[in-house]
Each structure stands twice: as structure tokens, then as C-alpha cells.
Design a protein. Structure first.
Length: 94
């Protein structure tokens, strides 16, 4: 499985890294690469009309942040990283 990071994800990652340790984000990415279904990631499927493959995972060491991702052609795209308030707002009317 190939993992790619969107530009929006990279920008969000820099912002969030100021609030939480970048180490936790990198550990989350590495764990997803090695075992996408690991229970620590708390993988959730998101019901979305525009993107049938949208999911989210929890950032390790900080359950207040989630990473949005999607699958396409055996490639996983990390789309955004956000706190739960923004996550709830974006996934509510997906």
C-alpha cells in the first residue's frame, strides 16, 4: 500500500505540530503504514456522499486530533489533520 500526503495535510500537520508533538503525528503515520487496522488508531469509516472511501484515524498520544484519509487505486491519501470540533463539523454534512 502506497501512502501519499495532500498539500492540505502537510499544512495542517505544521499547524497542529505547534500544539501537540510532531512525534505523535509521525508515529501515527508509521503505525498506519505497518498496520492500518491497529486498534490504537481507532479507524472509523465516514459516511460521505462524495467520497465512499473516506475514513479517519486517531493521532496517537492525543485523542483530541484525527486524521482524515481516503483510498483510491491502492493508494492511501492523508487529506487533513484536525481537532474533534472541526472533524465533527466537516463530517456532519459530507
Amino acid at each position: 500500500m502506497l501512502l501519499k500526503f495532500d498539500i492540505k495535510y502537510e499544512r495542517s500537520k505544521k499547524k497542529v505540530a505547534k500544539k501537540i508533538s510532531l512525534k505523535f503525528i509521525v508515529e501515527t503515520e508509521e503505525l498506519y503504514k505497518s498496520n492500518p487496522s491497529h486498534t490504537k488508531l481507532n479507524l472509523k469509516n465516514i459516511i460521505c456522499k462524495r467520497d465512499k472511501h473516506k475514513q479517519s484515524i486517531r493521532v496517537l498520544g492525543n485523542s483530541a486530533y484525527r486524521i482524515l484519509l481516503t483510498h483510491k487505486d491502492n493508494i492511501v491519501y492523508f487529506q487533513d489533520i484536525m481537532n474533534h470540533d472541526k472533524y465533527d463539523r466537516l463530517t456532519k454534512d459530507c
